[in-house]
Write a protein that binds this ligand. Sequence first.
Ligand SMILES: Nc1ncnc2c1ncn2[C@@H]1O[C@H](COP(=O)(O)OP(=O)(O)OP(=O)(O)O)[C@@H](O)[C@H]1O
Ligand SMILES: [Mg+2]
Length: 239
Amino acid sequence: MSTILSIENIDTFYGQSHVLHGLSLEVKPGEIVSLLGRNGSGKTTTMRSVTGMTPPRAGQIFYLGGKISGWPPHQIFRAGAHLVPQGRRIFPQLTVIENLKLAMFQSGVRDERAALQETYKLFSRLEERKNFKAGHLSGGERQMLAIARALLGKPQLILFDEPSEGLAPMVVKEIRDIIVQLGQQGVSILLAEQNVKMALTAATRHYVIDKGQVRFTGTTAEIEQNEEVESYLGVSTRR
Ligand SMILES: Nc1ncnc2c1ncn2[C@@H]1O[C@H](COP(=O)(O)OP(=O)(O)OP(=O)(O)O)[C@@H](O)[C@H]1O
Ligand SMILES: [Mg+2]
């Protein structure tokens, strides 16, 4: 199998509103690929299309070689494609450990103790905060909790929706390092970002989208050399 995820020419709508127009992209095994675009360009909608929350009306999506467009979200989740949603949706009234246990239940984890140990190995901060209400965590800790929840299901593909949003630069680096580390462990990653610098250092290939269409695709070096890309992103792509 040469691709983990293959989005082929999808059109996605919210009611009458046509948001994605013939969008195609690919993630190969172990690759970190970024999806770059301004506010409202269609990043979240692309992720919702993959996870089945807003299924495309035309085009096809393949995951691990099989067609998943048309599958309900829980089936796509069970197949191992997990989303870390924008705004790091966690349960603020529940403690860290309760949030983790809920995710274990959703992912059908049997050995809770082993899974917790594994989580704390990667995120020692979450162990320190395990009895804190999630609503009292810092932005970076909340992002870690959201990532930890997604990892409990042992995904082969993780879709990160703007993980750096609203985080201080130091914390963005920490989250970036975690994403890179997951990539090194063989997890394939699609990373939606408005933080171009973060995406260019975390991912090796990039898709620049605008108004629901791919405008440019290439490696980090190719992005940095292309002047047109800056006009789609509204920021400098040079380091
Ligand atoms: N639930 C919805 N109903 C109708 N239109 C929507 C809905 N969600 C998003 N849209 C519209 O779809 C377009 C793409 O939105 P999307 O959320 O995919 O963009 P995005 O790239 O994720 O933006 P951001 O960086 O702000 O998260 C926008 O024009 C947006 O207004
Ligand atoms: Mg979004």
